[in-house]
Design a protein around this ligand. Structure first.
Ligand code: HEM
Length: 122
């Protein structure tokens, strides 16, 4: 996209750089390590997801809410996730591109966080 500078290559770098940080993070790393043996398909799926979200390519088909409901995560995990995502976006994308993906990430994170909290209360 001319305005945001986002394209498939930038999205791929964003996803790879982000999960490099996530995997090393003391709070988030273990949540992934316990569930993901092979990172190649997970990264491929996340590239498709962000391509769909940021570039509207329709490459991702899945149900993120279903996958996150059983995870042992709360507000702290989401805050940390967003902190690392913002950092990575500013390092990897143009200023406009970063603003675009961060806005999407914040909305989706809020919806996942609320879904998990509601499911837990139910
Ligand atoms: C999948 C962890 C937040 C998007 C996963 C998986 C884990 C995970 C472990 C793999 C699940 C599985 O295959 O069974 C987390 C943690 C988060 C978090 C610890 C922070 C508390 C987010 C956010 C987004 C997101 C904010 C979107 C903005 C996705 C997507 C998948 C996924 C699209 C793939 C779902 C599918 O299999 O189709 N996440 N996640 N996650 N996550 Fe997250």
């Amino acid at each position: 996209c001319a305005k945001t500078g986002l394209d498939e290559d930038v999205i791929e770098s964003l996803v790879r750089n982000f999960y490099d940080k996530v995997r090393m993070d003391p709070l988030l790393g273990p949540v992934f390590a316990e569930r993901i043996d092979d990172w190649t398909p997970h990264l491929e799926k996340m590239i498709e997801f962000w391509s769909s979200v940021a570039l509207l390519t329709g490459r991702y088909h899945g149900q993120p809410m279903q996958k996150h409901l059983p995870l042992p995560v709360d507000a702290r995990h989401f805050d940390r996730w967003l902190e690392l995502f913002r950092q990575t976006a500013f390092e990897t994308c143009s200023r406009q591109g970063a603003a675009h993906v961060i806005e999407r990430a914040e909305r989706i994170a809020e919806s996942l966080e609320m879904g998990i909290a509601a499911n837990r209360g139910a």
